[in-house]
Design a binder for this molecule. Sequence first.
Ligand code: ADP
Length: 236
Amino acid sequence: MELIKDGKRIDGRAPDELRPIKIEAGPLYRADGSCYLEWGGNKIMAAVYGPKEAIPRHIQDSTKAVINARYNMASFSVEDRKRPGPDRRSQEISKITAEALENVILTEMFPRAVIDVNIEVLDADAGTRCAGITAAAVALADAGIPMRDIPVACAAGKVDGVVVLDLLGDEDKKGDADLPVAIAPRSEEILLLQMDGHMTVEEFDEALELALKGCREISKLQKEALLKKYKTFEEE
Ligand code: ADP
């Protein structure tokens, strides 16, 4: 299967183009903060609870809040029904998500507390770890959790020898490389960087630049979603 034809990708995008993204802040009533995000073929709900006292007590840290991130894929979110419950992949994604978020949340303000970050993937088509971090960041801001910045994530990669932004499912499966990146957008400090596949150093530099460009675009959408919620709130 040809992934790039006449300079266009299988969904008609240019190499440096993102899939369509829609972000809604605060759709859940009971969570302290939430976000619903659609990104290409991904549909993700993020819900934040806390800060609240960490129980059992042995998980408490007397100097800062613990970030308890849980990434989960619904069994109907992928083509072949996924066995429900945690697996190695979701455990790994939960861990890297918590680590990325921990770096921007002012955890020292809440000793002995826990902040639960739940990420439910309802529909998956590649890039769900980036979509999960992006949605979780909006949910954290919606919950009023103090952060240095609103983190954002986006992947770039290589398909058919071309460096591209934001791989979709078939590009991820049949492509040459995938490079998910999360940043704190104001300082452009890197919070997460992973890669599978192979690229030359030049291609890696190009892909990283492209992922940063994607992050900057998505960061604007996150802020618009938060502003929209609070504007509606004020009007009511
Ligand atoms: P990411 O979603 O962050 O790109 P991966 O590269 O591990 O993470 O997964 C790429 C895509 O593969 C997922 O978005 C999903 O569409 C698909 N996928 C992941 N796990 C499964 C699974 N257990 N069964 C079927 N498809 C899966």
